[in-house]
Design a protein around this ligand. Structure first.
Ligand code: DP6
Length: 356
């Protein structure tokens, strides 16, 4: 009799915010980057995607995805690439052991939910694709390590490969044309630096004008500054950032974080026509961080911006009252931004291994 059982697995994946930015693809199909990058993983208590993957021969509609309660597209090339990779890994297990159920041939149903408001305007593709890949890998009982699975998640969205880890994760750009060495690895678990905190200032919840995918393609094609960024700026920043994290040197971590954000947005401005992700509120946040550091007489806060106007401020727990106190006042005055309404405070967390 045909197997109509429903097989199911659930998992979560965190949001990561890059402190050395991925911006540029050398292979758009495989999502191979022009530079390595490094990120900090935010606490899943505040920000995470929860995904349940199931498969069954009784799913007659084929593969499907429900995202925050609404049907979403699974036909896109990136989602298809993830499905294909995971199915072929499962098929290899089934070929080696005839007693295993033939899950690789069954339609997959994915149900995915974010615990953070969509209105927060945060990029969710990293946590989304990481959760998708982890959930199907669990469903298929794949023996692959998080680093191996990061190769699959990368094909969904580049930054997703770093969300397979907690703490501090690096995505090594790799050299091979097939992308088999372009994967993420853990630099340090969150427990290495438990005092680290992140505050997210929501400058606008609106969807970004130019997507990361298209923005970075335009930058690669037209920016002269970009060449210098990938050949000298980023390699130096990767080395300094790794050393700063290992040494728990906040001043160095903060300086590289801010210089990186500035360098990335400078290449966006140098793109032709230019791309502007930051707005007046973003620039007010930068000035507020500069003022905090000037008044402290040392660097106790760092800003960074991705492909949108929202600001992430890194600081240490000992400086929480200074940082939070400052942000709840001047920015509100400058922008009319309401206290507590649009900020998400997050601790950096250690993510459990896939097997747990
Ligand atoms: C500015 O990972 O969203 O956040 O690979 O095209 O899906 P695709 O791009 P995506 O780009 C993220 C860009 C960034 C920097 C970063 O996260 O490293």
């Amino acid at each position: 009799m045909a197997d109509t059982k429903v097989y199911r697995a659930s998992t979560t994946a965190p949001v990561n915010i890059a402190v050395v930015k991925y911006w540029g693809k050398r292979d758009a199909k495989l999502n191979l980057p022009t530079n390595s990058s490094l990120s900090v993983t935010l606490s899943q208590a505040d920000l995470r995607t929860l995904t349940t993957a199931s498969c069954s021969n009784s799913y007659t509609e084929g593969d499907s995805l429900t995202l925050n309660g609404e049907a979403a597209d699974v036909a896109g090339a990136r989602t298809q690439a993830c499905f294909r990779e995971l199915r072929s890994r499962r098929a290899a297990l089934e070929a080696a052991d005839a007693s295993l159920p033939k899950l690789s041939a069954m339609p997959v149903k994915l149900v995915s939910e974010n615990n953070f408001p969509t209105a927060a305007g945060l990029a969710s593709s990293a946590a989304g694709f990481a959760a998708l890949v982890k959930a199907i890998a669990l469903l298929y009982e794949l023996p692959d390590s998080p680093a191996e699975l990061s190769i699959v998640a990368r094909q969904g969205s580049g930054s997703a490969c770093r969300s397979l880890f907690g703490g501090y994760a690096a995505w090594r750009m790799g050299e091979k044309a097939d992308g088999s060495d372009s994967k993420a690895e853990l630099i340090a678990p969150a427990s290495h630096w438990p005092e680290m905190r992140a505050l997210i200032l929501v400058a606008s919840a609106a969807k970004k004008g130019v997507s990361s995918t298209s923005g970075m393609q335009q930058t690669v094609a037209t920016s002269g500054l970009f060449q210098q960024r990938i050949s000298t700026v980023v390699p130096a920043n990767m080395a300094s950032m790794e050393a700063a994290v290992h040494a728990k040197d906040f001043a160095k971590f903060a300086e590289v974080t801010m210089r990186e954000s500035n360098s990335f947005h400078a290449t966006c401005a140098d793109t032709y026509p230019p791309i502007f992700y930051m707005n007046d509120v973003s620039r007010a946040a930068i000035r507020a961080v500069e003022q905090i550091n000037a008044e402290a007489g040392e660097t106790i806060a760092a800003y960074t911006f991705d492909a949108g106007p929202n600001c992430v401020v890194y600081y240490l727990e000992k400086d929480a009252s200074t940082i939070l106190g400052t942000f709840y006042k001047p920015l509100a005055e400058v922008t009319g931004w309401k206290e507590g309404a649009a900020s998400i405070k997050s601790t950096v967390e250690l993510e459990g291994s896939l097997a747990s």
